[in-house]
Design a protein around this ligand. Structure first.
Ligand SMILES: CC(C)(COP(=O)(O)OP(=O)(O)OC[C@H]1O[C@@H](n2cnc3c(N)ncnc32)[C@H](O)[C@@H]1OP(=O)(O)O)[C@@H](O)C(=O)NCCC(=O)NCCS
Length: 150
């Protein structure tokens, strides 16, 4: 299921070019995905990884951001969440892609150890596609993790 949230860009979110700074976008993506992981699992969740983020276009103060989030796949104790941000024209409501990323969250038990997460129920063709594609990304992530720890 896709969750939608909105964020209005504030003057304090801007860089020297008067556009939203990358760290703010990362913060929005991580905070929102963390809420989704927490709500789904009912547990404390931590970000285990965030894949590369593409910043497609800038946004300025007063712009309305539309944040679309979906849990793509749950494995045992972890899940992949995709976040896609659009900037919405407030008159026409037309949306343009601003940035997107995939994150992995891990649910923790009361001792801070990874603990199982409930599975998701796939209904639509889109959900099934995202579920399949998530597996390929996980392979890349876990291979990278092994390399980092070497
Ligand atoms: C995330 C963390 C709990 C994983 O601990 P760990 O000892 O590697 O645990 P495990 O090896 O049992 O892995 C647990 C799950 O996390 C997944 N995982 C661990 N590291 C991962 C990574 N870098 N990318 C993707 N998935 C990862 C594993 O595949 C496993 O998934 P599964 O149970 O669904 O198959 C640990 O690395 C940690 O605490 N990291 C710091 C988190 C943090 O501080 N985040 C920022 C603030 S929220």
């Amino acid at each position: 299921m896709i969750e939608t949230q909105f964020y209005s860009v504030k003057p304090t979110d801007l860089n020297a070019l008067e556009t939203i700074y990358g760290g703010k976008i990362v913060d929005l993506i991580d905070s929102l995905a963390a809420i989704i992981a927490r709500r789904h699992s009912g547990k404390t969740c931590v970000t285990a990884s965030m894949d590369s983020i593409d910043f497609v276009r800038p946004a300025k103060s007063g712009d309305l951001l539309v944040l679309k989030t979906a849990i793509n796949k749950v494995w045992d104790t972890s899940c992949e969440i995709g976040v896609k941000i659009f900037v919405e024209n407030q008159e026409t409501k037309a949306r343009k892609h601003l940035a997107s990323a995939y994150l992995t969250f891990v649910a923790l038990d009361e001792n801070g150890r990874p603990t199982p997460m409930p599975k998701i129920i796939l209904k639509t063709k889109e959900e099934k596609r995202r579920f399949r594609e998530a597996e390929d990304r996980r392979k890349i992530r876990l291979a990278r993790k092994t390399k980092i720890r070497e």
